[in-house]
Design a protein around this ligand. Structure first.
Ligand code: NAD
Ligand code: ZN
Length: 249
């Protein structure tokens, strides 16, 4: 199938599905100017994300870890949702049931208007106390003090995100798996598909008889098992998939 035929086939599946689960990764925010970890400019002082976004690194040098997050918060703060984020929010409005699972921590889906959102890896605009576990929203850029202190107990806080070597809260995994089970279609967008447990979600959907459509700049290790795998930018492809007539209702 050529790209035009694949897009038409994908549109038909999306049009006829009333229950959809979507999984997004860093790729959906790339066109907003937020680098994926695999982009070379995703680097900071030649430090690899795996070496700084970890409990080990935080224990050793919380100030350094916070400097990295302060830098990422600055980049994300300058960014706006792109047409891909907006298209997903629009598709949600047009469907009976819609769940958006994201690995991103940038908060752009929420700004674009997505409602039923599962942020598997947390949110960079939330900070959590290491001692009393209190979570607050904080949008200060740059942060006036690194590391920021808890306003309840004075202890140092950490970003409320899931780090390498940490596990995603079980209730989020449950919510994600349940929504896949209850959907007719799963869409996997802008994720390399190598990070668990998200990597297995597409396989699980296929094994339970769901249709799966992938959108990515390039083929991924799982592309061949999905029903349709579209290569291109999510910000250009996704807007083709909602019913424009319905947006004026
Ligand atoms: P990744 O960096 O491993 O892969 C990104 C994928 O997106 C790649 O497969 C790439 O081909 C694809 N891609 C790049 N630009 C695209 C575009 N315009 N349209 C469609 N696809 C595009 O990211 P990952 O798989 O999400 O895993 C890395 C981890 O780091 C995840 O937890 C991720 O959420 C996190 N992360 C988050 C952000 C963010 O919040 N914006 C940014 C970087 C990394
Ligand atoms: Zn506290």
């Amino acid at each position: 199938m050529g790209q035009d035929e694949k897009i038409l086939a994908a549109k038909q599946i999306i049009d006829t599905s009333s229950k959809i689960t979507v999984l997004t990764g860093a790729g959906i925010s790339a066109e907003s100017g937020i680098p994926t970890f695999r982009d070379s400019d995703g680097m900071w002082n030649n430090i690899k994300p795996q070496d700084i976004a970890s409990p080990h690194a935080f224990k050793k040098d919380p100030g350094l870890v916070w400097e990295w997050y302060d830098w990422r918060r600055r980049i994300i703060n300058r960014a706006n949702p792109n047409q891909g984020h907006y298209a997903l929010a629009e598709i949600e409005r047009q469907k009976e049931k819609f769940t958006l699972i994201t690995q991103n921590i940038d908060g752009l889906h929420e700004i674009a208007g997505s409602i039923n959102l599962v942020e598997l890896h947390g949110n960079i605009w939330e900070i959590r106390c290491e001692k009393c576990d209190k979570v607050i929203k904080n949008y200060e850029v740059p942060l006036p003090e690194l590391p920021p202190k808890c306003n309840t107990c004075g202890e140092i806080t950490r970003p409320n995100v899931v780090w390498f070597e940490e596990i995603i809260p079980m209730h989020m995994i449950d919510q994600a798996l349940l929504s896949i089970e209850e959907s007719d279609l799963m869409m996997i967008i802008g994720t390399s598909g190598v990070v668990e447990p998200a990597a297995s979600m597409g396989l699980l959907a296929k094994q339970s008889g769901k249709q799966v459509i992938e959108i990515n700049l390039e083929e991924t290790p799982n592309s061949a098992i999905y029903d349709i795998s579209l290569q291109g930018k999510s910000g250009e492809i996704l807007p083709l998939f909602y019913d424009i007539a319905k947006t004026y209702n």
